[in-house]
Design a protein around this ligand. Structure first.
Ligand code: 5AD
Length: 350
């Protein structure tokens, strides 16, 4: 056991900042004991800001049509086995209506980069949702768009935008994506979203191919300096119809350790226990909460499309009715001492 690791964890807990080298030491110094210690401090920090509240977001997977060809992703454009779909405005409104009844006050529209989702279409859907549900927040997760487009979506009433940075290391980014995608564009999009006043979410996969301690340390430093409102992390999970089909999945333990570290970097962060975490282990989401996460994003998509929105193999919860999964979630959160709340779930300041 390395005593130095505990000292680093304590320092992060106090100053919410470390050097790049120290983040590397923190990651390479992983041990069960270090992870338990980091989790105990992370839970303490999270409780100070959010008590035992868990925020839920209704995830509506609006389209699996994507112009991009990311090597890790099951809905990449070259995957001919992917059965493509696109929800209509009516489908989206129906999912939201069901979600509202179940207590959701944030709707997340997530999808591939689908050219049919024009600004006009999205602006109309956002305005309609905001008119029917003025007490709800709207989160978009629709990939890279121009600054003008982001601005139109913001003006229509969208509150938040999730765009995982995927990796804060340019070379690593280039090994995960074909050459028509660019690290600099990704970072530019994140910057634009922030400038436009969105609550911005970034994030990355744990254990993605070619990830190293060095690239992970850069991810942590990026989170520390970019100061996102949200950060989505989950294990990389293999998808059988991608170029990375032989690459091993990421680890549960490292994901949990990183969740705790990220909570220590920013106690106020909205930090989801992701579907990927719930997929790698049946109790993954609960474990995520106990490591410092405070958000869960149950699936509100029509059941018929859920098995088509497969970014990775064996995705969890594709069969459950939304009502059933929210009930199960509330029960399981209660059993570990937390409570699912009915509110927008905005970020609090400490
Ligand atoms: N395993 C885990 N996460 C994945 N994502 C895409 N493909 C996979 C995979 N195979 C993540 C990416 C993307 C988000 C929507 O899902 O980080 O930004």
């Amino acid at each position: 056991m390395n005593k130095n690791i505990f000292e680093l964890i304590n320092r992060l807990n106090q100053s919410h900042s470390l050097s790049l080298e120290e983040y590397e030491d923190l990651i390479s110094g992983y041990s069960k004991e270090a992870a338990e210690y980091a989790a105990s401090l992370a839970v303490e920090q999270r409780k100070k800001v959010y008590g035992t509240d868990i925020y839920i977001r209704g995830l509506i997977e609006v389209s699996n049509i994507c112009k991009n060809d990311c090597y890790y992703c099951g809905i990449r454009r070259s995957n001919k086995k992917c059965d493509r779909y696109r929800l209509t405005k009516e489908d989206i409104l129906l999912s939201a209506a069901e979600g509202y009844t179940l207590g959701f006050r944030t709707f997340v529209m997530q999808g591939g980069e689908d050219a049919k989702f024009t600004d006009d279409f999205l602006v109309d859907v956002i305005k309609t949702l905001k008119t029917i549900y003025p007490d709800c927040a709207i989160t978009l997760s629709l990939g890279e768009r121009s600054k003008e487009s982001y601005k139109a979506l913001k003006n229509a009433g969208a509150d938040r935008y999730l765009l995982r940075h995927e990796t804060a290391d340019k070379e690593h980014y280039e090994r995960l994506h074909p050459s028509d995608m660019s690290f600099d564009t990704r970072m530019e999009c994140l910057k634009n979203l922030k400038e436009l006043g969105f609550q911005v979410g970034c994030g990355f996969m744990v254990g993605s191919p070619y990830q190293t301690v060095k690239t992970l340390a850069k991810d942590l430093k990026f989170i520390e300096t970019f100061r996102p409102a949200m950060c989505g992390i989950g294990p990389y999970l293999t998808h059988k119809d991608t170029p990375f089909k032989d690459m091993p999945s990421g680890s549960l333990e490292l994901t949990l350790y990183l969740l705790s570290i990220i909570r220590l970097i920013d106690p106020t962060l909205l930090l989801p226990a992701t579907t990927a975490l719930g997929t790698i282990h049946p109790k993954g989401r609960e474990m995520g909460i106990l490591a410092g996460a405070n958000v869960v994003m149950p699936n509100l998509s029509p059941i018929t499309v859920r098995k088509k929105y497969l970014l990775y193999d064996n995705k969890a919860c594709i069969g459950d009715e939304a009502a059933e999964s929210v009930n199960k979630l509330s029960e399981s959160m209660k059993s570990i001492g937390y409570e699912v709340t009915v509110n927008r779930g905005d970020r609090k300041s400490n």
